[in-house]
Design a protein around this ligand. Structure first.
Ligand code: SF4
Length: 473
């Protein structure tokens, strides 16, 4: 589907006899945050072991693989990557052994100065195993002359800029770090005597853990046999929680940044209905991403909600498009219209976002072909006009339809009767009093953390480092 892609989900647990099994389940709940590769590292107090594989976590691990990861501390990672750098070397956790001992790391986010740091490190003799920006942190850590592990972590993380929610594992401790802006979520919970950290609270629900609080922006949380210690080594910075987590990325059953995703997302739909009302017979969500907003839209508008599009949940990476008679399946593989709901009706089609517009165009066509009399597209966020530099895979500005086309042109391209977006004010009001804490750069083009290069080379070189490796060698 034509969506922004999140980069990763992270999970960590300390003090549980089945740490690797719990991590497996946590990654399972966070699978929506990354499907390219999955990995788990575990420590039995003597040694850290890691296992990583391409694909979904359920395919990457079986009982035998988990049995090879004994210990009471574990971390795990679901990774999304672009096609070019989808390879096992970039899967996480990344494990190294250095003067400070073994350390494994998982990262959700994107480091805006990774390229500069990497170039410096390579000049000084570092040899990188992967093209991931995360490895930069490990090289800085390995080179640190700090007296202990915690100081070395603080020293290395202090040098990186951008978005990072990190979970790290040493022989005897779990460390969670969140960048001072708090771009990506990271929550802390309890499971009996064990401590859990994870990208979204839905991972806690699955294993029966209880949410306690978020890792605070700029906090380094160290969990060891001595308990939990909180360090605040970074200078404070303006908060910049990613508002797109509420719009699309996070699961609606999660709490992120201390707020219910379901409540915020439904609110987006309510506000959208008030801002962009239209005479219609039925509200139809584009599943699954448009469902919460469509419910809010239906509630606020009084127009009934019906599931006029049904999603096939079993379409995965392994789908092979037949070469024979039926070609160009496109979106039809994933969605099928319900004619009895759509035929002869004026339809409000609610989705969370439009990126390139290619999928939306096919969906409008599909709804019309099923007999809809009118199709009015309503989008529960403002026009996406700028790429993200903070851990989300986005196309270049030139490929974002809202950056290059007027609303009239978009309406014509989608072949819709009308297209309307939520306003920026509407988006921010959906998160309530916390509105000042959010990043909304992909809607404004105003970025809270500067990135050092022009957009084209940044997107190519920093987010897609494999391309860089090829072109520079
Ligand atoms: S630019 Fe958009 S997607 Fe990226 S962190 Fe900000 S709100 Fe999130």
């Amino acid at each position: 589907m034509d969506k922004f892609k999140d980069e990763c989900g992270v999970f960590g647990i300390f003090g549980h006899p089945e740490a690797a099994n719990m991590t497996y389940l946590g990654l399972y709940a966070l699978q929506h945050r990354g499907q390219e590769s999955a990995g788990i590292a575990a420590s039995d107090g003597e040694r850290v072991r890691v296992s990583r594989a391409m694909g979904y976590v359920a395919d990457a691990f079986d009982g035998e693989a988990l049995a090879q990861l004994p210990g009471t501390i574990a971390i795990g990672h679901d990774r999304y990557s672009t096609a070019g750098d989808s390879k096992l070397a970039n899967a996480q956790p990344i494990l190294i052994d250095c003067a400070h001992g073994q350390i494994a790391i998982c990262h959700n986010g994107n480091l805006v100065n990774a390229r500069e740091l990497r170039d410096d490190l390579v000049r000084q003799g570092s040899i990188f195993q992967s093209s991931s920006d995360t490895e930069v942190i490990l090289h800085l850590y390995a080179r640190s002359r700090a007296a202990n592990v915690e100081d070395a972590i603080v020293e290395s993380v202090s040098q990186v800029q951008g978005a990072f929610s990190l979970v790290m594992l040493t022989r005897d401790r779990l460390i969670a770090v969140r960048d001072p802006h708090g771009f990506r979520p990271l929550a802390v919970g309890r499971l009996g005597d064990a401590t859990v950290v994870c990208s979204e609270t839905c991972a806690m629900d699955l294993i029966g853990a209880t949410y306690v609080r978020d890792v605070e922006p700029g906090e380094v949380l160290v969990v060891s046999a001595d308990g939990m210690r909180s360090l605040k080594p970074f200078p404070p910075a303006p908060l910049a929680h990613c508002i797109f987590e509420h719009v699309y990325f996070a699961r609606p059953d999660s709490y992120v940044f201390g707020q219910s995703v379901n409540e915020v997302r439904t609110n987006l739909g309510r506000i959208l209905a008030r801002e962009q009302a239209v005479d219609a017979d039925v509200v139809v969500p584009v599943p699954d991403s448009g469902v919460c907003a469509a419910m809010g839209f239906a509630e606020a508008s009084g127009v009934p909600l019906r599931m006029g599009l049904i999603r096939n949940h079993y379409v995965g990476r392994t789908f092979i498009q037949p070469q024979s008679a039926i070609r160009h399946f496109g979106v039809k593989v994933k969605l099928n219209p319900v004619r009895s709901i759509l035929e002869g009706r004026r339809v409000v089609l609610v989705d969370d976002s439009i990126v390139r517009g290619t999928t939306s165009r096919k969906i409008v066509k599909m709804v019309r072909a099923a007999g809809a009399k009118e199709v009015h597209v309503r989008i529960s966020c403002p026009p996406t006009i700028s790429p993200c530099f903070y851990g989300v895979d986005t196309p270049r500005r030139a490929d974002l339809i809202a950056a290059t086309h007027t609303l009239e042109e978009i309406t014509k391209y989608l072949a819709a009767d009308s297209v309307a977006y939520l306003s920026l004010e509407g988006l921010l009001s959906a998160v309530g009093a916390e509105r000042q804490s959010y990043c909304s750069s992909c809607y404004t083009g105003v970025y809270p953390v500067a990135f050092p290069r022009d957009e084209a080379s940044y997107l190519q070189l920093a987010l897609k480092l494999d391309t860089e490796a090829v072109t520079r060698s």
